[in-house]
Ligand binder design. Structure first.
Ligand code: ADP
Length: 489
């Protein structure tokens, strides 16, 4: 099965969130179940710098008249199975050769030509599907998030007769980020006028790339079964729940997984001491090292709560901030690594100043420190308002840092709350709370403290969590089965 994977990010080359982790891990996992995956990526500097032995396979003209070359090469540092991943890249410096964040300028404003940049990505996918590279044509195009969501529309509305339509799968990693543009850009997208309609990509008078993906893809998937249900409700549908309900029988939730080549405390080169479920001595040493590095009191028996996250409301920062006193008053410590909303970042820093030795904050993005935090902490906090899948709770499980999560989306699908029944049958893996309220969150904190004071029970829950099967094999099989159904259709 030949699959073209289209995304704007790919780990470890370019990452702003979980999408990159998935795009980086899926090709190798799919190779393991017999798929032949190639990536299609924008020519961001981080991609162009490592695309090796590349050659131009063809050129196409964008709807606004620019000629774009598509290169094929090997992506150093990203595994495609037997060797580095084969990737097509849009060689369009005018669109993509910009430093820093791939979507925003230095002042954090979205680039004014983002519609062109990601329309080019969508058209490139359709050109490849319909023969731009005569040596390799995909049987299916798998697109991720709004940046690649025009591809299903381009494939469906391709202006010339095609030998056989190539189906597309569109995976939603976060329905909250739509890629919405003013109606005036529609004329530059190269789509027939009829597409700018309710039955198309029009969304409240604007152009929505997300809606293009949801409307034109042959099948939609999202990253957990619970989120697949939640996005069909008005509360979590971001205005698209009606369309998602109408397509319920072409909507599948496939739970994300952990790339165990990157996230495994027994092999992790980022952490000071490696450990495994049956030999945990290294974890205590990682905790001491983390406390020392972060300016926290070096106290082995203080439960260390941690969060590695974008600093946004979605990630539950209001709950986290309101719960700081609860953690400190009970003798715990809090460590946050993240970046995002300036006001929330400032509020975190104030908490840090108020509680020296008990609260520490690292603002910024630091992949190595993230590993050290999961290894050194006792509890991983993910009190999200909504969460399509969430990865950090799974990293917490693998590293023996018990996840404390709100029971939404993929968090509900991956963490089993510690109550008397699940403690007894040894299925508990963490703490799950319901309402998005300070009271519910802080009650969960208190339950974590209570369990921490029972070391034998804590150790059992940690063992169960660390032994969860979180690798990609199961998800890869689910994707392959879905691809096969779509191609056979
Ligand atoms: P989302 O994609 O909504 O941001 P996920 O939990 O799915 O959330 O994925 C977030 C990913 O980004 C995880 O791999 C997490 O470890 C990583 N991450 C988030 N913030 C930081 C940071 N400041 N430094 C390092 N890694 C981070």
């Amino acid at each position: 099965m030949r699959v073209l994977q289209v995304s704007a990010e790919i780990f470890p080359l370019l990452k702003t969130g979980g999408l990159a982790d998935i795009a980086g891990a899926l090709p190798q996992a799919l190779a393991g179940v017999g798929c032949n995956v190639r990536a299609l990526l924008p020519g961001f500097p981080a991609i162009g710098q490592v695309l090796q032995a590349s050659r131009v396979v063809g050129e196409f003209r964008t709807p606004w008249g620019e000629s774009v070359a598509v290169r094929l090469g090997q992506l150093a540092g990203v595994s495609g199975g037997a060797g580095p991943l084969s990737a097509y890249m849009l060689d369009a410096p005018g669109l993509f050769d910009r430093p820093g964040n791939p979507y925003e300028d230095a002042a954090r404003r979205p680039y004014a030509d983002n519609h062109r940049r990601f329309a080019a990505l969508g058209w490139a996918a359709a050109h490849l599907a319909y023969g731009l590279d005569s040596d390799w044509t995909p049987q299916l195009v798998h697109c991720h998030d709004w940046h690649s969501a025009l591809a299903p529309a381009c494939l469906k509305l391709w202006p010339r007769p095609t030998p056989a339509a190539v189906p597309s799968l569109y995976t939603v990693h976060n329905l909250a980020y739509h890629g919405v543009f003013d109606a005036s850009v529609f004329g530059e997208l190269g789509l027939p006028p009829a597409a700018f309609a309710v039955d198309g990509l029009e969304f409240h008078g604007q152009v929505s790339f997300m809606k293009a993906g949801l409307y034109y893809a042959d099948h939609i998937s999202t990253v957990s079964p619970t989120y697949a249900r939640e996005i069909q409700t008005p509360e979590q549908g971001c205005g698209l729940d009606g369309l998602l309900r109408a397509r319920w029988d072409q909507l599948t939730g496939i739970l994300n997984a952990v790339d165990e080549a990157v996230w495994d405390p027994a092999k992790d080169a980022h952490i000071s001491h490696r450990y495994r479920p049956e030999r945990l001595a290294g974890k205590a040493l990682c905790k001491a090292a983390l406390q020392g590095h972060s300016g926290l009191d070096q106290q082995a028996d203080a439960p260390l709560f941690a969060m590695v996250s974008r600093i946004t409301e979605q990630k539950g920062l209001p709950l986290l901030l309101a719960g700081v006193e609860e953690i400190v008053a009970r003798g715990g410590q809090l460590l946050v690594l993240g970046s995002g909303d300036a006001d929330l970042e400032q509020a975190l820093q104030q908490q840090c100043q108020r509680h020296p030795g008990r609260v520490a904050v690292h603002l910024g993005y630091d992949e190595a420190l993230a590993h050290r935090i999961f290894a050194g902490s006792d509890i991983t906090l993910v009190p999200s308002l909504f969460e399509p899948c969430g990865l950090t709770q799974m990293y917490g499980l693998k590293y023996g840092s018990l996840p404390l999560v709100r029971g939404v989306g993929g968090l509900a699908d991956t963490v089993t709350d510690a109550d008397l029944a699940t403690l007894e049958d040894q299925t508990a893996t963490g703490f799950v709370f319901g309402p998005f309220t300070d009271a519910a969150y802080q009650h969960a904190l208190r339950r974590a403290f209570a369990l921490y004071r029972r070391p034998a029970a804590w150790a059992r829950v940690r063992q169960t969590g660390m032994r969860q099967p979180l690798g990609w094999a199961r998800a890869a099989q689910a994707y392959r089965a879905l691809y096969q159904r779509m191609v056979a259709h």
